[in-house]
Design a protein around this ligand. Structure first.
Ligand SMILES: C[S@@+](CC[C@H](N)C(=O)[O-])C[C@H]1O[C@@H](n2cnc3c(N)ncnc32)[C@H](O)[C@@H]1O
Length: 1019
C-alpha cells in the first residue's frame, strides 16, 4: 500500500513554532544551552516540532491509516480534553481578515504542535503586545514549559506509537492500551529499582531489577521509531527525539561535542533518578556532616530512629557534593593567592591592564593600553555613580586613582596604536605587536573589585595584592596550538599562538589545581560503577571548562552590568588589553559556585525522561553504522558551510578536557587536538587557503553522509539549514539530489529574535527545514516545462510566506526548497540546446521567480517595479551590494549603477539601503519633476509636496501627473501603503495621500495648471 505523506511534507504551524523558538533563546533556567557552550545550537521547540512532524502521517492524506485518524480523535478530540484546547482557531490570530480554520484532523494535529494562546489572540485584535512566555497556549507540544509535562508528552508519544504500529492490524484503542501497558511496565520497574535501599551496591536483587527495567525500556522502544542525527552537536535533536519516546541516535565527529552530548542526553536521563541509602551507607560515602544537612522529609524514620536517606536525584546530588569538595580543596590549597583585605573581605575580581612601551627613545614610558577610562557605567544609575580610572602622571610614572563621575577623555590605545600621554608620541600598532610577541607587554593590576549590598565597589589594589602574584610558582603553559585564521581571531598576530597563553600565571594555577584535585581520588571507592564515576567526572570537567571560559586574559568587563563576559561572546577569540580576573572562590556571579549551579539546574530539569540517546563520537557517512533501512527518520542540522569552525574553536575546551577526562574516555582524547580533516565544513584554511578545495571537501562530505543516510533511512530525512548564501544552498541541494533524495517539503522557521515578525530585517532570521525522501526520478525534464512548474510553486510559496510575515533573505531562501522539489523529480533537466541545468542555475531561477511573484500584477516602469520589489524584500534595512546587482537583473532592464545615480539605493560602504522619499528629494530636488519621470519619482515628489505647506503646488502637481483616479500613479501609492513599514514617514505620507485621494483629485481640477517655476518643494 502506498505510504501517506508525513505531516512535515504537507503542513506545519510555522508561525507558532517560530514564536516559541525565538523565545527559546531567552529561556535560561536548566536549558540545554546553559550546560556547556556549543556553537549554532538549534532551539528546542523547532527540534521537537520537526521530529514529531517527521514521524506522524498527514491525517488528510488518502493513504493515512484509519487507526491514526482514530487516535487523533481520541487523543486530541474535544471529549478527552477539557476546554477543547486543540480546536482549530475560530479566527486565525495573525491574519487581518476574519478567517476560521477548518476543524479537521490535520489542523487539530497542527494545533497540538503549537497554537497561539487566547490571550495572544485577544491582544492581537486590540493591537496590544503579549509577553513572549504567553504567546503559545499551555497545551502546545512546543511550549518550553511542557518539556517535562507528562500529559502533553504522553499524547505525543501515543500518536507516534499509533503511527508507527498502524500496520499491525489493531484498532486505535487496542494500540493505545498496548502503549499504556508498556509504559506502565517501565514505571513499575523504575519504582521497584529506585525503592531498593542501597541500590548502588551490586547485588543479585539489584542486578535483576536493573535488567527488568532495561527490558521494559527496550520493549517500549522496540515499538517506537528510530531517529538519528548525524550532526548532533550540542544534542538538541537527540534530546527531543528521546523525549518523544523514540530510539534516539546521534553522531558527532568532535570529541568535545560528544562529551557534551553525554552530559546532556544520556547521564541526566540515566542517572538523575532517586536513590535510597541506608543511613550508615550514606555516612560512609558522604560523612556525618553531610548527613546533618539532610532535611527530615528526606529521612525515613523507623521507631523514631533515622534509618534511611532519600535522595531525589542521585547524580545531581553527587555532582553537587563532589564539585563543592573539589572547589573547597582547591581553595584550601590556593585561596591564599586571593588575599582578603584588612577587614577580612575577599575580592570578587581584579582588573588588569597591559602596558606597552612608548617608542619615543627619549620617553620610553610604560603606558597602560586603555581604550577608555571607565570601569563602571551601570545601567540605571546616575552619571555621578559611574566609576573611572583617573590618571595620575608624575614624571614618566603613570598611576591611577579610582573616582566616581564622568570622565570623557580619550584613551591611550586606539586599535592597538599607543598614544603616549607623556610625550604625545604615537607608537604604531606594529611596534606594540612586536613588544607583545617578545613578551614585553606587562600586565598591571589597577583595580580590585569587591561586592557590597549596593553593588560592586572598585578600589586601588594594596601592595600585597600586587605582589602576591609574583609569589605563585611558575605554571606549565599548555602547548596546544591555536589554529590560524579561525578561532584564533587576531590573537596570533599578537604572538598568542597557544591556547595556554590565553591565561595568566594565577589563572593557570587555578586550572591546574582544579585538574590535579579532581584526579586525586575525589570520588570514594564506595562508588564502584565505573560508568557512573565517569558521568560525575564529566560534570566536574564541565565545571572546569566553565571556569576556563571566565578565567582568561581575553575576557571582557561589561561596563553596564559590572559582570565578566565569557570568552566566546563572539565566535572567535579577540585580543584584549584590559581584562577582569575573577576570584573563582568568591560569591561573584561568574564564580565557580554559580557555574556549578547552572550545571545542577540542567541535570535537575532533564532527569525525568526514562529514555537516553545513544551517541557516537564518529564521523558520519559510514554505511555500516546502521543496516539498510534500519532508521525510520533522520532529523539533522548540518554545519553551515564555512560559518563556524567547530573543531578549531572547540580546541579551547579540548585542551582542558584532555587533561580532565582522558583517563575516563581514552579513545575520545587520543589525538593531540580535535580531529579536523574529516569535519564537514568549507574552511579554506584547512585546505592551504584553497577555497575551491574547501568547497569540494564540504560538498563531498555532505554527499557521502546523505548517501549513507539514504540507504539507512526508511521514511523522512529532515534537514535544517540556516545559511542564506546561494552557494551554501547549491552545495546542500546538490548533495541531496546526488544522494538520490528529493525535497518534499520546505519550511522557514524563525529562530532569531529580530523584534517580532513584523519588523523587516535583511538578515537570515530563520532556518529553513527541508524534508526529503528517497525518490524515483522521472528521466529527462524539459527546461521550459520545469521552469513553468517552478514559477508556479514558488509563486504559491511566496504568497504564503509573505502572508506569514517572512521577508528578505528568509523569504527567498525558503523558496529554494520548493524549486528543488520540482527540479529533483527528474534525472536531468535539459535546456533547448541540450545542456544540463545546474543546481546553481536552478536556485538563481528560484530567486527570480520569487522576485517576480512579489511583483505579480504590478504595472509600472522597471525602476518603480524594482523599488516595490526591493521594499518587500528588504524594507529600509541594509543589504549587500551583490543583492542589488542580482535583482536589477531579475526580469528588469536596469543598470545597477543607475539605481545609485537615481538615489533609489543609497550606498553606505559596501552596503546599501533603499532611499525614502525625503532622502531622494534631498539628494535631487528635481526628482519626479517631469511627466516622463519614473512613477516612483512622481509619487515621492507628491509625498514631499503633501508633507510640505505649499498646497497649491501639490494640487498643481497632482493635476499634472495623477488626475485620473485609475492611473498607475495611484496604483503605486496603494502598493506602497501595503508594503511600507507602518511607523515610517513614507508610510504616513502615502496613507495620507490615499485617504485624501478623492478630494485631492477634485481640488486639483480647480487650480491653474502648473507653470515653469511653480511647484517648488521648498516654499
Ligand atoms: C550545526 S552543528 C549541530 C548543532 C546542533 N543541532 C545543536 O543544536 O547543538 C553541526 C555539527 O556537525 C558536526 N560535524 C561536522 N562534521 C561532521 C562529520 N563529518 N560527522 C559528524 N559530525 C560532524 C560538528 O562538529 C557540529 O557539532
Amino acid at each position: 500500500m502506498a505510504q501517506a505523506k508525513k505531516l512535515i511534507e504537507v503542513a506545519m504551524p510555522i508561525k507558532e513554532i517560530s514564536a516559541e523558538s525565538v523565545r527559546d533563546k531567552s529561556v535560561r533556567h536548566g536549558h540545554i544551552s546553559t550546560l556547556h557552550l556549543w556553537w549554532a545550537r538549534r532551539p528546542l521547540p523547532v527540534c521537537r516540532a520537526v521530529v514529531f512532524a517527521s514521524l506522524v502521517p498527514d491525517p488528510m492524506d488518502k493513504n493515512c491509516p484509519e487507526v491514526f485518524k482514530d487516535a487523533i480523535k481520541i487523543i486530541l478530540g474535544k471529549e478527552n480534553n477539557i476546554g477543547d484546547p486543540y480546536k482549530p482557531y475560530d479566527d486565525i490570530p495573525y491574519t487581518v481578515a476574519i478567517d476560521k480554520m477548518e476543524d479537521n484532523l490535520r489542523n487539530r494535529l497542527m494545533m497540538f504542535i503549537g497554537k497561539f494562546s487566547n490571550e495572544y489572540s485577544i491582544n492581537e485584535k486590540s493591537g496590544k503586545t503579549t509577553p513572549s512566555a504567553k504567546l503559545i497556549s499551555n497545551s502546545s507540544l512546543v511550549k518550553s514549559e511542557n518539556k517535562n509535562n507528562e500529559i502533553i508528552l504522553t499524547k505525543a508519544r501515543k500518536l507516534i506509537w499509533v503511527a508507527h504500529n498502524s500496520q499491525v492490524g489493531k484498532t486505535a484503542t487496542e494500540l493505545l492500551l498496548n502503549f499504556d501497558q508498556h509504559y506502565k511496565s517501565i514505571k513499575d520497574a523504575e519504582y521497584e529499582l529506585y525503592n531498593t535501599t542501597d541500590r548502588h551496591k551490586i547485588s543479585t536483587a539489584v542486578v535483576s531489577k536493573e535488567i527488568v527495567l532495561q527490558n521494559a525500556i527496550s520493549g517500549f522502544l522496540d515499538k517506537m521509531p528510530r531517529v538519528f542525527d548525524p550532526f548532533a552537536g550540542g544534542g538538541a535533536i537527540p534530546l527531543e527525539a528521546a523525549r518523544l519516546g523514540c530510539y534516539s541516535f546521534g553522531n558527532d565527529i568532535n570529541p568535545v561535542a560528544h562529551i557534551i552530548q553525554k552530559g546532556s542526553v544520556e547521564f541526566p536521563q540515566k542517572y538523575g533518578k532517586p536513590i535510597i541509602y541506608s543511613k550508615s551507607e550514606f555516612i560512609n560515602i558522604y560523612g556525618e556532616k553531610e548527613f546533618q544537612k539532610i532535611t527530615n522529609e528526606n529521612i525515613v524514620f523507623k521507631n523514631g530512629q533515622a534509618e534511611e536517606v532519600i535522595i531525589q536525584n542521585r547524580i545531581s546530588f553527587d555532582v553537587k557534593f563532589f564539585a563543592q569538595a573539589l572547589l573547597a580543596h582547591t581553595e584550601k590549597e590556593i585561596g591564599k593567592y586571593y588575599p582578603a583585605d584588612e577587614k577580612g573581605v575577599k575580592p570578587v575580581a581584579y582588573y588588569w591592564v597591559k602596558t606597552g612601551t612608548c617608542s619615543n627613545p627619549s620617553c620610553r614610558a610604560e603606558v597602560p593600553l586603555l581604550k577608555q577610562f571607565y570601569i563602571s557605567k551601570r545601567r540605571g544609575v546616575s552619571e555621578k555613580q559611574w566609576v573611572y580610572f583617573k590618571p595620575i602622571i608624575v614624571g614618566k610614572q603613570i598611576d591611577f586613582e579610582i573616582k566616581s563621575g564622568k570622565f570623557e577623555e580619550e584613551g591611550w590605545n586606539n586599535r592597538g596604536n599607543l598614544k603616549c600621554p607623556i610625550c604625545g608620541n604615537i607608537t604604531d600598532v606594529k611596534e606594540i605587536k612586536r613588544q607583545s610577541k617578545e613578551g614585553l607587554l606587562k600586565d598591571r593590576l589597577i583595580a580590585v573589585i569587591e561586592e557590597s549590598k549596593n553593588g560592586k565597589i572598585f578600589r586601588t589594589p594594596t601592595i600585597d595584592e600586587i605582589s602576591i602574584v609574583d609569589k605563585i610558582p611558575k605554571q606549565e603553559i599548555p602547548g596546544e596550538k591555536i589554529q590560524k585564521n579561525s578561532a584564533g581571531g587576531d590573537t596570533l598576530s599578537w604572538g598568542i599562538t597557544k591556547w595556554g597563553e590565553m591565561y595568566s600565571n594565577r589563572q593557570l594555577l587555578v586550572m591546574h589545581s582544579l585538574i590535579r584535585m579532581k584526579k586525586e581520588n575525589l570520588l570514594p571507592d564506595t562508588i564502584t560503577d565505573k560508568e557512573y564515576r565517569n558521568a560525575i567526572n564529566v560534570y566536574l570537567a564541565f565545571l572546569i571548562d566553565r571556569i576556563a571560559m571566565r578565567n582568561t586574559r581575553h575576557n571582557t568587563w561589561h561596563l553596564q552590568q559590572d559582570t565578566i563576559e565569557k570568552v566566546f561572546g563572539r565566535q572567535a577569540i579577540s585580543m584584549v588589553f584590559d581584562y577582569p580576573e575573577m576570584n573563582p572562590f568568591s560569591t561573584f556571579t561568574s564564580s565557580a559556585y554559580s557555574q556549578l549551579d547552572q550545571i545542577l539546574d540542567y541535570i535537575n530539569e532533564e532527569s525525568s525522561c526514562f529514555n537516553i540517546s545513544i551517541c557516537q563520537n564518529a564521523a558520519s557517512g559510514d554505511k555500516s553504522q546502521f543496516t539498510r533501512k534500519y532508521l525510520d527518520v533522520v532529523v539533522t542540522d548540518p554545519p553551515y558551510y564555512d560559518a563556524i569552525a567547530y573543531a578549531d574553536l572547540s580546541d579551547f575546551f579540548y585542551v582542558w578536557m584532555k587533561r580532565t577526562l582522558a583517563n575516563d574516555f581514552p579513545l575520545n582524547f587520543a589525538t593531540p587536538q580535535t580531529p579536523k580533516s574529516d569535519e564537514c565544513t568549507a574552511l579554506k584554511h584547512h585546505h592551504n587557503g584553497d577555497y575551491e578545495k574547501a568547497k569540494e571537501h564540504f560538498e563531498y562530505k555532505l554527499y557521502q553522509i546523505f548517501d549513507a543516510i539514504e540507504s539507512q533511512t526508511k521514511e523522512i530525512v529532515s534537514i535544517m539549514f540556516a545559511h542564506q548564501s546561494t552557494e551554501a544552498w547549491t552545495t546542500l541541494c546538490n548533495s541531496i539530489l546526488k544522494a538520490k533524495m528529493n525535497i518534499t517539503g520546505s519550511w522557514a522557521i524563525e529562530t532569531e529574535n529580530t523584534g517580532g515578525l513584523k519588523q523587516d530585517k535583511a538578515f537570515l532570521a530563520s532556518s529553513v527545514t527541508v524534508s526529503c525522501t528517497p525518490t524515483e526520478r522521472k528521466g529527462y525534464g524539459e527546461f521550459k516545462e520545469v521552469k513553468t512548474e517552478i514559477e508556479k510553486t514558488v509563486a504559491k510559496e511566496v504568497d504564503e510566506l509573505y502572508r506569514l510575515g517572512f521577508r528578505g533573505a528568509d523569504l527567498l531562501t525558503a523558496c529554494f526548497g520548493q524549486a528543488v522539489s520540482e527540479f529533483g523529480k527528474y534525472e536531468k533537466v535539459e535546456k533547448a540546446d541540450g545542456s544540463e541545468v545546474t543546481v546553481a542555475e536552478l536556485l538563481e531561477m528560484a530567486r527570480e521567480s520569487a522576485f517576480n511573484a512579489l511583483l505579480k500584477g504590478f504595472v509600472g516602469d522597471d525602476f518603480t517595479k524594482f523599488y516595490i520589489g526591493w521594499l518587500q524584500l528588504y524594507s529600509f534595512a541594509e543589504s549587500d551590494f551583490d543583492d542589488a546587482a542580482k535583482f536589477s537583473r531579475v526580469g528588469l532592464s536596469i543598470d545597477v549603477a543607475e539605481l545609485f545615480t537615481e538615489h533609489i539605493l543609497i550606498k553606505n560602504g559596501n552596503k546599501q539601503t533603499l532611499g525614502g522619499f525625503q532622502e531622494r528629494l534631498q539628494a535631487n530636488r528635481n526628482t519626479g519633476e517631469k511627466t516622463s519621470s519614473f512613477l516612483i519619482d512622481q509619487v515621492h515628489r507628491t509625498m514631499a509636496l503633501y508633507m510640505g505647506t505649499n498646497r497649491m503646488a501639490l494640487l498643481q502637481y497632482i493635476g499634472k501627473v495623477a488626475a485620473n483616479p485609475e492611473s498607475s500613479f495611484w496604483r503605486v501609492v496603494t502598493s506602497l501603503c501595503e508594503v511600507l513599514p507602518s511607523g515610517s514617514e513614507d508610510y504616513k505620507q502615502a496613507t495620507g495621500l490615499i485617504t485624501n485621494k478623492e478630494s485631492l483629485i477634485r481640488e486639483s481640477k480647480s487650480v491653474q495648471p502648473i507653470v515653469q517655476g511653480q511647484g517648488n518643494l521648498f516654499q
